[in-house]
Every structure is written in C-alpha cells, then in structure tokens.
Design a protein around this ligand. Sequence first.
Ligand code: NAP
Length: 249
Amino acid sequence: MRALILGGTAEGRELAARLTAEGWAVTSSLAGRVAAPRLPVGRVRIGGFGGPAGLARHLVEEDVTVLVDATHPFAERISISAAEAARATGVALVALHRPAWTPGRGEEWLEVDSMAEAAALVRRRFRAPFLTIGRQQLAHFAEDAEGRYLIRCVDEPEPPLPPNRTVVLSRGPYEVAAERKLMRDYAVDCLVTKNSGGAATHAKLEAARDLRKPVVMVRRPRLPGADIAVVVEDVDSAVRAARRAGWTR
Ligand code: NAP
C-alpha cells in the first residue's frame, strides 16, 4: 500500500516512520520553504504539485492508496489542494492536525483572526513585540517604524521587514527557562504567535505567562476538507485511519 504524506511537520515525520515500519511504501512531500529541512524516513519529494489538479494527477500516476494531509494547521492552500484532489480521484484522505492550544491558567491571550489584525493590534498597544510567526507574513509589521521587534524564525527572513528589529535564527523545541531569558533580555512587551498547537513550541506561552506578557494569538483557519477527510489529531489515530482506508480499498 502506498501513502503520500503532505508533511513539513514533526507529526508528518513520525507518521512516515510508523507507516514505513508497517510495510507501507511511503513518500513524504515537502514544500521546500526551509533551506535544510528535517527529513523523514522513506522517499521524499520536494516542491509544489501545481495546484489541486497537479496533486490529483500525482495521486493517480503514483497509484496512491491513502493521502495524508499532515501539514501545519496554517498551511491552508495545500490542505485545500488535498481535499480537492481527494474529491476528484476518490483517494482516501486522512487529515492529521494537532489540537489547537487553549489558554492556560494565568495566560493573557488577545485573539485575532488574521495576521493583518495582529499587526494592527500590535501597533496600537505594544512597542517591543516578539514575533514567532515564521517568515512568510512579516510584511504585515513592516510599516511599523516605532516598534522594536524581536523576530525569531528558522531561516533568514526577506524584506519587507520592520525597520527596528533583531532577528534570531533558531528551530525548536524550546525550554521555558530559555524562553523566559530571551524575552527578558530583549525586554519584549508581548508575544505574537499563530495557534499552531503542539508541545515543541509551547514553552513561549508559559514564559509569557511567567513574565505577565500578553500573547497576541492568531486563531486557526477553518480546516479545508473537513467534510471529505477522516480528521484526526494524533499520529496513532492517523495510523489507524490509514490502515482502515487501506483495507477498504
Ligand atoms: P500553503 O500556503 O498551504 O502552500 C502554498 C503552496 O506550496 C501550495 O499550494 C503547494 O504548491 C506548496 N506546498 C505546500 N505544502 C506542500 C507540501 N507539503 N508538499 C508539496 N507542496 C506543498 O503552505 P505554507 O504555509 O507555505 O507552508 C508550506 C509548508 O511548510 C507546509 O508543508 C507546512 O506543513 C510547512 N509549515 C508551515 C508552517 C506555517 O506556519 N504555514 C509552519 C511550519 C511548517 P502547489 O499548489 O504548487 O502544489
């Protein structure tokens, strides 16, 4: 049986290892955004498919039994492609998205629906934000000439960027004590993040709570394909869903 895992996440890598160990022929697909990505076991392909039609063609050509959308919850376009390609081809779709974070005791969250809204709120209320939002949406903050920004991402970000900034390049997982130190050293006055969920980057929320700094939290987009996919929240459930889809084919 063949699985195509749309990855770029820790869950995608774990699932590739689990299905490979069960004898599946697994190919993991990455977008190619990160210069030196962590690679899963098994075959890996890198780069887009050319939209839903390209992905549908790939599913048929490669005789894929199960398509797993294990992408990041904010990677919306590829999830739309997965749903449309599954609909067009009849290939079973499993959507694996880790649960969203919920505010812990003592955490002050200011929830918004988009990065544009987050940027507007930051400009109104804060002067020293800590951005942990990846590289792709930093442009929303670029016109804020007054804010002193701490920006953390995996690879060097490209302009447009806020003029007054310090960029820290690193990749999780992170520890609470180190997160507290970083936030203290740069005297940040808020944390800006997407509601990615998961344990690897949760420490920043605990550090912000300890330092009594508010969190500007971008809510998740609606999951595309919830009507056609078997939706699961952890790798064990994804393995079971893939097995079931394999049996019923
Ligand atoms: P996106 O906006 O949903 O995708 C943009 C385009 O990139 C897609 O239309 C597709 O191109 C291609 N693409 C995305 N993921 C792909 C994959 N796994 N395999 C092959 N092509 C892929 O995605 P994004 O937000 O740029 O994220 C890109 C990747 O980074 C995702 O795989 C995601 O899991 C990972 N990631 C994203 C975030 C985040 O915050 N967005 C955080 C951590 C990791 P075509 O239309 O040409 O097929």
